[in-house]
Design a protein around this ligand. Structure first.
Ligand code: NJP
Length: 230
């Protein structure tokens, strides 16, 4: 599939990222899977059809060097880059007296700085080719603040980042999509949430945004499980 689109996904080792990789390959795309768990990524890449379809790159999104190396590896392996799904992230217990300061720093570095570094890593290529699609995983918690939730603050930053980028590239053919899931049944939660979405429910929304005609830019998608009150 030498001409099929190439999608980089961070946070691809589980949950929403892994489900999106599966759907993207089903839609004929080639995927570059990034996360810190190299062995899990390798196994997923194999499962998705091996090196012609999926390629694993260990990348901690908080590292600028590793994000640059990720884009370089994608271009080196597949020769093109069409979309970048900045999806890596994690949460924290609600309450400004909860968790450690180190946990807060790691969460802000991953959720906010990590997303910004992903944009910085793929944007030169997208500008050069005047085409490309940046997708960012925010959250329902990036639309409305949740009580005592610093996580919610990080996702507000991601929502703002998507809109800031959209405006910056509005005169180009680059697309920007902010994805805002409600509760999704993934390892994000320590215990399984009731009445949650499946990761594939978000993957289908991501593929919807990615498969629109060139003149359509889906900027924001908020998907809750039915009956989710907040
Ligand atoms: O969770 P999970 P989700 N560098 O735990 C990776 C948002 N969200 O799919 O590095 C690189 O299955 C981690 O991989 P590893 C959420 O905030 C979720 O639910 O190997 N990668 C794994 O692949 C997040 O932004 C819900 O540990 C790093 C992935 O991130 C996104 O959805 C609701 C990393 C996390 O996968 C995907 O989360 C919502 C790093 N430094 C938003 N740190 C929900 N589940 O309900 C972590 O609104 N990862």
């Amino acid at each position: 599939m030498p001409d099929s689109p190439v999608l980089v996904i961070t946070g691809a080792s589980s949950g929403i990222g892994a489900a999106t990789a599966r759907r993207a390959v089903e839609f004929g795309q080639r995927v570059v899977l990034a996360a810190r768990s190299a062995e899990t990524l390798e196994a997923l890449a194999e499962d998705l059809g091996g090196p012609d379809h999926a390629f694993a790159v260990r990348c901690d999104v908080t590292s600028w060097d590793e994000q640059q190396a990720l884009v370089a590896a994608a271009l080196d392996r597949f020769g093109r880059l069409d979309a970048f799904f900045a999806n890596a992230g994690f949460g924290a217990k609600r309450g400004f007296l909860e968790e450690t300061v180190e946990h807060w720093k790691a969460m802000i570095d991953t959720n906010v700085l990590g997303a910004a570094l992903s944009i910085r890593a793929c944007l030169p290529r997208f500008r050069e080719q005047n085409a490309g699609h940046v997708l960012l995983t925010s959250s329902v918690a990036g639309r409305r603040a949740l009580p005592g939730s610093l996580y919610s603050c990080t996702k507000h930053a991601v929502t703002a980042m998507g809109e800031a980028l959209r405006q910056e590239v509005a005169e180009t053919d680059i697309k920007v999509t902010v994805v805002e899931p409600g509760a999704v049944d993934t390892p994000f939660f320590e215990s399984r949430p009731a009445n949650a979405l499946e990761p594939d429910d978000i993957a289908r929304a991501v593929l919807f945004a990615m498969t629109q005609p060139p003149h359509v830019d889906v900027n924001e998608i908020l998907v809750r499980p039915i009956h989710q009150p907040g």
